[in-house]
Write a protein that binds this ligand. Structure first.
Ligand code: HEM
Length: 118
């Protein structure tokens, strides 16, 4: 049962970084990158969903981490701002989405490095 925590964590990170390929689609004219970027909203939404499952498992097994808590907040802000921008086209939400995405990428890397301790 405990192994579900790292498994769902890895799946979350994979979906998150697949969603992040949207940020390089303008610079890398490669078929794989263009295809992955075209599925951006799907990967972003799946990252948010799997992050929630990952956190519920961690909390229920007494393994909540500060770095994980901050990371999931970043993922949720990124996904909600992205979804909100998609619906409403608000410039503020787009800027929030563009800032929250890269910040969250760093938070996730810190979480992966320190997850067994913090
Ligand atoms: C959670 C992980 C996510 C990451 C790391 C992420 C990252 C990014 C990045 C870097 C851009 C900039 C692309 C550009 O301007 O060239 C972008 C744009 C955008 N994102 Fe996200 N995003 C995520 C989730 C989502 C979700 C869940 C949605 C909506 C359901 C969404 C909707 C959008 C929209 C509408 C744009 C602007 C149009 C476009 O470039 O496709 N994003 N995102």
């Amino acid at each position: 049962m405990y192994t579900l925590i790292p498994i769902t964590g890895i799946v979350t990170a994979v979906f998150f970084f697949l969603a992040a390929t949207n940020g390089i689609k303008k610079y890398v004219k490669n078929g794989v990158v263009q295809f992955l970027a075209s599925q951006h909203r799907l990967f972003g939404a799946l990252a948010a969903l799997t992050a929630i499952v990952h956190m519920i498992l961690a909390v229920s097994m007494g393994a909540l981490r500060i770095t994980g808590t901050v990371s999931i907040l970043g993922i949720l802000v990124t996904a909600i701002a992205g979804g909100g921008f998609f619906q409403k086209g608000s410039r503020g939400l787009y800027i929030t989405h563009r800032i929250a995405g890269p910040v969250t990428a760093v938070l996730i890397i810190i979480h992966i490095i320190f997850n067994s301790a913090y």
